[in-house]
Design a protein around this ligand. Sequence first.
Ligand SMILES: [Zn+2]
Length: 142
Amino acid sequence: MGKIRAFFGRLFAGRYGLDSLGKFNIIAILLFLILLNIGYAVKNNVFVWVVRIIYILLIMLFFFRALSKNHVKRALENQKYLGVKSRITGWFRLQKQRFRDRKTHIYRKCPYCRAVLRLKRIKGKHRAACPKCGASFEVNVR
Ligand SMILES: [Zn+2]
């Protein structure tokens, strides 16, 4: 038992392991496994081949990253992934708020810094000051 443990300890020593991108990679692998079975069920050979290739590449990518010894590079990839993920979830959160406040507020992008401003829905032309960059701009509420 001790020997096996030592063997795996040596094998995984210094390896990168599992991060958020790795977890997403596992979900993608499972998704493509389902797609592969759908392909088998409908007997579409081209579809099965395309899905199988992506499926194998995803598995290879997962092991490449998990067993990698270049922690800096893998951590950078993970940071990039988390950035994209937060942009996507942030966009959905904004749409939800927009819908919730649709009768009382409007959402406008600051033309200078592109920050999204939540403004009271009062009809007419107004000047809005951006709290992020301090610039002010014309807003027309209909
Ligand atoms: Zn601004």
